[in-house]
Structures are given as structure tokens and as C-alpha cells.
Design a protein around this ligand. Sequence first.
Ligand SMILES: [Zn+2]
Length: 119
Amino acid sequence: MFLIHCPYCGEHREEEEFHATGQAHLPRPLDPDSMTDEEWGHWLYYRKNTRGVHREMWVHAAGCRKFFNVARNTQTYEIYATYKSGETLDLPENPTVTETGSILNMAHGASDITKEQSS
Ligand SMILES: [Zn+2]
């Protein structure tokens, strides 16, 4: 068992309360009607299969039921940070886990998490 920090509840909760829902930060097409079937299918179904640092969208299914983002390593299962939907997080190239074992195990300041720009 490990704990995941919900950025909305502000608590570390057991992993059984959460579900991963897929790759994070996928911008919706501005004009889906102008896309070919192939482009639309690619947007709907094709996702990165990252080895290493990856950003995913998770939901706190047995808690507040809100969606949020997780930056984690797919090889080591380390979670570097969790942050609210609509925010971005700048990670160093090779993030490391602190010795405290905190789930927010990347030392970062508030300036590292910013609101996504809607364009
Ligand atoms: Zn929550």
C-alpha cells in the first residue's frame, strides 16, 4: 500500500481510493469537424506509452471524485507530485525523491505549478 496526495482534499489517502484515467494534458481539438477520420481516431485513441517520467490524469474515486494530475515514473512507480487539473508542473529533467518519503517528493516551490494557458 502506498499513499497518494489528493490536491483537492489536501490529504494523503490510500491508493485504493484512486484510479488512473490516462494521459494528462491532452488539448481538445479546436475544430473537430475539420479533422479527418484518421486525425480524430488518433486523438481519441493514441496515447504515449512513456517509459520514465509521465503525467497522468487520476480521479479520487472514493473521495472527493475530482480529477487531478500526477507526475510519476512508470519504471519506479515514484510519484513526484500531484496537482490540480488546469495547472502545469515544471519538473527537472531527472527528478529525485526526498528522503522523507513524502508523496510530494519533489522539492518545488509554488512557482513550479502554474495555471494552464487556454489558447
Ligand atoms: Zn480528493
